[in-house]
Design a binder for this molecule. Structure first.
Ligand code: FUL
Length: 503
């Protein structure tokens, strides 16, 4: 059509003797795509959500007034002096311990529902500033942020929107003069924060400045989320506003698992826990899942006598969350000394070694890789099979438009003992793969399916499939493979993968 219009225009110009350049503007009908990249399937993540997803596995530290009262939800009337760490709290110790487990960051709870703030704040007297003991003066967000930066880890804070201490709770002033200001104060403890955690527990009974009553609010508007997001993002541009903030979703349970099928998309209006676990292929919002779970046997806060889950169980949680296109935030509560107990530290180190043994040696890197199709290269990009094993997250393999199925084959000179396969899509192109299968051959002739009865549907940011089909004893059986074949059976558009690893 545009060509016809242009020709008519030129004919008219020739007739009138005018110059073409000043009279005509050519409008491109298709956006330029010099690299021949596949068109993204909507919706797609923001840059902030992509960076957040790369944190994958991070720690959660419930520590505060409840650590000293033995409660899980303080009423809000606890005396400031009850917060009395017996030693100087040491967030660097917390973070070093989770780093040893392979975690890339941490979130510190700095205000829980009881309203007690672990930093000196102008917004309330209910903070460490008035606890009256030296160890208690440790400014937790400040120390936590600095320690994370020192250790090269990502960090962020949990601030409860619900405040059972504040006499203003339920009124607009609480949001404008207390909550938003507190969030802004926290944002100022480091503009490189990756996540701010806003819990869904809201309203109910509490102290509320002495009123001791029940106050119910409507969380869908009360916390002024658009303003909250703007105010934090102005300071911390890559800070994902979790939960109430709407940029990443709760996975629908606190047991450390996501659905075997798990889409990063969801409709904002949908809140059933079953749907949170799987997301929705047709969801109109990029709202990826985060799974919050406890590493200990008690509550979220430290309780005397509690145990620590086994490394095997924690590894299972990892497979069932990070391995299913969610992130895992694993709670490790510091005790009254302001340190993680030795049993937790030791277990985290054990987990780190287990992760290294099981997922530390990528056999795909020494295989020959062949694929059924490689997308035609564009200016600065190729889509070759070798991109799958080059260790780069920005290069990827893809097929041509219109080809929505494919096979990818890894072959070794000598048979390899294998237990896991890991796949990753370049999610800036949207989540595409709907169904795949993994097979292996020992003799080079007959192929057998791997993964047991596990659903091999979605991939997303990351998918790890235990090849024996068990997440609880995933290491118990290996397969001797001369070759492994991944078949993509269905995809929303031409499939693209940036990495496949085999362990
Ligand atoms: C819940 C809270 O009510 C718990 O106390 C805890 O902080 C957990 C992570 O989120 O909804």
């Amino acid at each position: 059509m545009s060509h016809k219009i242009l020709l008519l225009g030129l004919a008219a110009l020739a007739a009138s003797g005018m110059k073409a350049q000043s009279e005509f503007t050519l409008i491109n009908e298709a956006p330029a795509n010099p690299d021949n990249e596949p068109v993204a399937v909507q919706p797609v993540p923001t840059e902030r959500q992509i960076l957040w997803n790369e944190t994958e596995f991070y720690g959660f530290f419930h520590y505060g007034m409840n650590t000293f009262t033995g409660q899980e939800w303080g009423y809000g009337n606890e005396k400031e002096s009850t917060y009395a760490p017996t030693q100087m709290p040491d967030p660097e110790q917390w973070l070093s311990a989770i780093k040893a487990a392979g975690m890339k960051g941490g979130i510190a709870v700095v205000k829980h529902h009881d309203g007690f703030c672990l930093w000196p704040t102008s917004t309330t007297t209910h903070s460490i500033a008035n606890c009256g003991n030296t160890n208690g003066q440790a400014n937790i967000p400040e120390l936590f942020g600095k320690a994370a930066q020192k250790l090269g880890m990502k960090y962020g804070f949990y601030i409860s929107p619900w405040d059972r201490n504040s006499g203003l709770y339920g009124e607009d002033n609480y949001v404008t003069d207390v909550f938003l200001k507190q969030c802004e104060e926290l944002a100022k403890y480091g503009d490189d924060q990756f996540e701010m955690w806003f819990d869904g527990a809201n309203g109910g009974d509490g102290y509320y400045g002495g009123k001791s009553k029940t106050i119910n609010i409507d969380a869908s508007y009360y916390y002024d989320v658009p303003n909250l997001r703007d105010r934090v993002h102005r300071i911390c541009k890559n800070c994902v506003m979790w939960g109430v903030g709407g940029e990443a979703r709760w996975i629908g349970n606190e047991q450390g698992y996501a659905g075997e099928t798990n889409w990063a998309m969801m409709d904002k209006s949908t809140s059933s826990n079953a749907i949170r676990q799987t997301g929705q292929e047709e969801g109109w919002q990029w709202n990826p899942g985060e799974s919050d779970a406890k590493a200990t046997t008690g509550g979220w806060f430290w309780h005397s006598g509690e145990g620590v889950l086994s490394a095997e169980r924690l590894f299972q949680m990892y497979l069932e969350t990070v391995g299913r296109n969610a992130t895992l935030i694993l709670n490790c509560p510091p005790d009254k000394t302001g340190h993680l107990p030795a049993a937790t530290v030791n277990r985290l180190a054990e987990l780190g070694e287990m992760m290294q043994t099981r997922l530390g040696n990528d056999l795909a890197k020494k295989a020959q890789v062949s694929v059924s199709e490689e997308r035609t290269a564009g200016g600065a990009r190729t889509y070759v099979a070798a991109n799958l094993t080059d260790g780069e997250k920005d290069t990827y393999w893809a097929t041509n438009d219109g080809t929505n199925t494919a096979t990818i084959e890894f072959t070794w000179d000598e048979p390899q003992d294998i237990r896991y396969i890991m796949l990753q899509e370049p999610i800036r192109l949207g989540q595409r793969i709907e169904k795949f299968k993994v097979e292996y051959t020992t003799d080079g002739a007959s192929w057998k399916k791997l993964g047991g009865a596990v659903q091999t549907t979605t991939v997303g940011y990351k998918r790890i499939l235990p090849l024996n089909g068990s997440t609880s004893s995933s290491y118990s059986k290996s397969y001797s493979a001369k070759a492994v074949r991944v078949t993509i059976e269905s995809s929303r558009s031409c499939p693209a993968l940036h990495t496949i690893s085999i362990y």
